[in-house]
Design a protein around this ligand. Structure first.
Ligand code: HEM
Ligand SMILES: [Ca+2]
Length: 294
């Protein structure tokens, strides 16, 4: 992978992606969060190959219905828009859907006030998807720290990557069903915060009601980490990062030095973007991100 992969083939590709992302985020701030999450959910399942964009067919074991994605992953229409715009400006399908996901994630973070980084490019798109693997490899919000560390380790990512990338939860929302257990049963939670969240997440029903993942869900800032220190993490997996164990110090560092979070997030997301890319003549450049070329 290289940062100037499209410099000669299609110099307008990256500016075009940026424009569409900016318009989508302007229309709905949450879309920035949703696009960042799509890149993560792609890379954790068989590498960054846009496997998570494939719609179900008799031969495609779509990841869209895996537990973590079902009625949750969003932003597919924006990816379609980007793909159409980029193919138009490039005069054909030269930019892969996997690269579009990586660039859209960066442009989303920037649009919400976060750090920028140079995206490495040249990934190609898969011809398959794997729902079973998505269920195994995308981490669950109910995991404790050892499980999270192990999950990231399986992707070649370390504890620092885990904490830095979890900082992605500085933007966006979660559904009641993902944090109900915590706000009713946990002991490592600020009781005032628990009660606040309970107001929109009842014990029964309201499964899809949304809560912000941190107090400023449309701003890429360090409020997520400030919250963890106050036992105001929304998900069990969020609070696990600051719960009297080995990652506490990293959380503390990010609250004290926002630039350190900026720097580490950028470094770790580049590392995540390098997970098992298809290159050379592997895979294909899809014509439609939702379908394998026939
Ligand atoms: C560490 C393990 C992680 C777990 C267990 C986890 C779990 C979750 C869950 C349960 C949600 C809410 C989904 C819903 O209710 O529909 C969510 C949302 C989100 N996650 Fe994660 N996540 C993790 C890591 C990451 C990483 C590494 C990133 C990106 C760098 C990320 C980015 C996001 C974003 C931006 C949202 C909000 C999406 C939206 O509002 O549409 N997460 N995550
Ligand atoms: Ca993938």
């Amino acid at each position: 992978l290289s940062p100037d992969y499209y410099a000669n083939i299609c110099p307008e590709a990256l500016p075009t992606i940026k424009k569409v992302v900016e318009a989508a985020v302007y229309k709905e701030r949450r879309m920035g969060a949703s696009l960042l999450r799509l890149h993560f959910h792609d890379c954790f399942v068989n590498g960054c190959d846009a496997s998570n964009l494939l719609d179900p067919t008799p031969t495609i074991d779509s990841e869209k219905t895996a537990v973590a994605n079902n009625n949750s992953a969003r932003g597919f229409e924006v990816i379609d828009q980007i793909k159409a715009a980029v193919d138009e400006v490039c005069g054909g399908p030269v930019v892969s859907c996997a690269d579009i996901l990586a660039v859209a994630a960066r442009d989303s973070v920037v649009a919400l006030g976060g750090p920028s980084w140079e995206v490495l490019l040249g990934r190609r798109d898969s011809t398959t998807a794997n729902r079973t693997l998505a269920n195994l490899d995308i981490p669950s919000p109910f995991m404790d720290l050892p499980a999270l560390i192990n999950n990231f380790k399986n992707q070649g990512l370390n504890e620092k990557d885990l904490v830095a990338l979890s900082g992605g939860h500085t933007i966006g929302f979660a559904q009641c069903r993902t944090f109900r257990q915590r706000i009713y049963n946990a002991s490592n939670i600020d009781p005032v915060f628990a009660e606040e969240r309970q107001a929109t997440c009842p014990r029964t029903g309201g499964d899809t009601n949304l809560s912000p993942l941190d107090p400023t869900p449309a701003l890429f800032d360090t409020a997520y980490f400030n919250n963890l220190v106050k036992q105001r993490g929304l998900l069990i997996s969020d609070q696990a990062l600051f719960n009297g164990s080995s990652t506490d110090y990293l959380v503390k560092i990010y609250t004290l030095y926002p630039e350190a979070f900026w720097y580490d997030f950028a470094r770790s997301i580049i590392k995540m973007g390098n997970i098992k890319p298809l290159t050379g003549n592997q895979g294909q450049i899809r014509l439609n991100c939702r379908m394998v070329n026939y």
